[in-house]
Design a binder for this molecule. Sequence first.
Ligand SMILES: [Zn+2]
Length: 407
Amino acid sequence: MLKPKFYFLCLLVILFTLLLSPYGLISKNIEVEAKDLGDVNKEQRLLVFYNATIIDGTGAKPIENGVILVEGERIKRVGQSNQVEVPKGVIEINLKGKTILPGFINSHVHHAYTEKNLKNWLNAGVTTVRDLSPQIEVTEAIAKRDKFNQRADLSRVVSASPILGVPDGYGNSTFNSMQEAKEMVNGYIDDNVEIIKFAITDFDQNRSWEMPTFEQVKTIVDTAHARGIRTSVHITNSQHLQWAIDLGVDDIAHMIVNLLDDKTCNKIIAKDIYWVPTLELWKRISKMYNINYDFIARINLVKFYKAGGKVALGTDFAGYKADFDSGFPITEVKLMKKAGMSNMDIIIAGTKNAAFVCDREEDLGTLEEGKIADMLIVSGNPLEDIEDLENRQMVVHNGEIVVDKED
Ligand SMILES: [Zn+2]
């Protein structure tokens, strides 16, 4: 039997350990940490970021000598220094000629339900990721998402369902009938997934797969849309694009790897379907097997982009047995550049358009009044040199300064 005194001692030790844990005093040891901004209640705290060039993610001209006023977790004002009235007593952050962009969003990843991956992303300025099929049970994934999304030191997770498909088909959650497909979609939405993912493919990864029927996948999309939930479809072959168009899916999760014809391209644009190219995936696969998927994907991407298609950045991190960029998706960015996208449109793909495919465009993706203050601050100017996106100086997430290289 332990004595009460000993219990008290144990309690003290536990409390002290908690105090020194990553949430407490020795958080200095971890790379990503919230900057201590004093005792002011966060809800009312005002931060002003000034003396910066602002690329707001909308595609508008950069704001020179820009100021962003942040109240609590949201942006209160954005503009030129002479347009923004800064109240007295705010915490001032002089950015000395640096560039502020919206926090980046990687809209096609896997393995997002680990603190290590979320820290790597946040530390690199990727403030949100969309996980397009968890490697763990959905309920466990959602519980982790809800817990992790409370924390300032981790990138925000947007959760999709597993990939719905038929038995012997592509996907990891199978249905046998329209009724089952409908129940499955409703079940995942009840579990609080934010996106429904499904597959239309009969050949992938060098093998053939059973195809769902059109009626089955129509049931998936219609059921999700009836509940206000967007859909993302895995397609890699051009012959399946017509189904995506007829279904009215919200985004296509990969660029196709055979040639895209003009007519189909224009129909996708007319339907306002977003495309997430995952050029990094195709590059890694092409290198592994000595094939030219990466080249074709880039040709298709530039055709879609030049015709006015909306591109959202996503890499398929950990979606294949290859080493993907684990922090900033610089390989994807460089490949978009190589394909022929402008620096401004690459930034839009990684911010505004990626927020759209996450179904979070009301809150995220641009630096506008009322939006959540997620910001990537870099030295240099990514409009002149896109690789400046990697010159991270500061990261702001939910209105907290989580990375500050000047510390
Ligand atoms: Zn994937």
